[in-house]
Design a protein around this ligand. Sequence first.
Ligand code: PLP
Length: 448
Amino acid sequence: QPNSMEARDKAYHMHSYTNARALERDGALVMERGEGIYVYDNNGKKYIEGMSGLWSVAVGFGENRLVEAATRQMSKLPYYHTFTSRANGPSIELAEKLVQMAPVPMSKAFFTNSGSEANDTAIKMIWYRSNAMGKPEKKKIISRIKGYHGVTAVSASLTGLPNNHRSFDLPLPGIFHTSCPHYRAFKLEGESEAAFVERCAKELEDLILREGPETVAAFIGEPVMGAGGVIVPPAGYWPAIQAILKKYDILFIADEVICGFGRTGNMFGTQTFDLQPDFMTLSKQISSSYQPISALLINENVYAPIADESAKIGTFGHGVTAAGHPVAAAVALENIAIIEERDLVGNVRALAPKFQSRLKELEGHPLAIEARGIGLIGALELAPREGFATGQLGPKLFSIMVEKGLISRAIGDSLALCPPLIINESQLDVLFDTFEASLDVLKKQLDA
Ligand code: PLP
């Protein structure tokens, strides 16, 4: 219909992350409302949101406490900024809460609006700090192949995926990518997991030595890689990486944008993998994405030189209009309160064995090659198949799942799952039954 939502979307809306011409032809799936783990499209069709939107709706859809928290704050003070010497109540409370929740000693919280901005800000803080410390040469940043850290110019450079670089003239100079800890994909023939970890660590060290340790300022990594395909590093990986960072006095940014607030079975991925980061970047589940907000936590070692420099030159010249937005901060506070009161981290721990074992069972499906995951995040990768280019089968399976009422995400040929943390056992069963039935449909189509 010419005036339908779909038609107007095609006419007026350029989407993020899309093949624009394909979208003009095929149209979008328009969601209208949500409740718990479910969303409903504008034709009334119901779906299990197996991805929590974009890895973010921890407390589920339609959570009235968040609506009320937003409404209360909207009526009281809908906006006030946090530039210079101004502040607002919710941003102060949220900063205090986050610093107190941090599993490693952190000094301050700094607010931004998206994960990309949080990571961008971390890098700008690092550059500023190096200048403040009289080490202007110590500015290089190391990230990882397949790491995902966002799309602003610096964050996209950190991201280790060709899509985010190609045609954008990125990465920026001074940003490097070391190996991805995906054992099955990148191991050499006959290489043990321990030997693989050792090689990852050596490749990082070789890169640092090649560039000159005095020029390398920081390393960024997600505890578990999300958008790169849900890659859980092998045991021993993080200790080996962290030892090298310590050895060469390199700061560590833990990108907790997906792992933060319970996803891996602890409040933060930092706890799950025993990390010692200098920065933690937080977004998504911080507010269950009901409001856009992100935060960086920084330790005293990062903060003190930046604070001193700002005193010397008169300002820390960085910040965005909506930083510490009172409505977003009020929603984040209420969201964190729900996560704590309902012990959603406990729910992740209780359901993770079932989630992971049902995912692992799918690895036995004739179309699959590998199941990966931890806590309530996972992915099933499809095996390469003659006649299909890499990345062709994933979207096919995704479409079948959508047809059957399950939203997953195709990352190449890996189908990711990251359901709301409020999911229960019987809902998990339906989710995996649907996944399995979709695999069977795809197999039938391929065998026909
Ligand atoms: N970091 C990680 C680990 C992410 O998964 C994402 C988004 O998916 C980002 C950063 C970027 O966040 P945003 O899309 O809010 O800019």
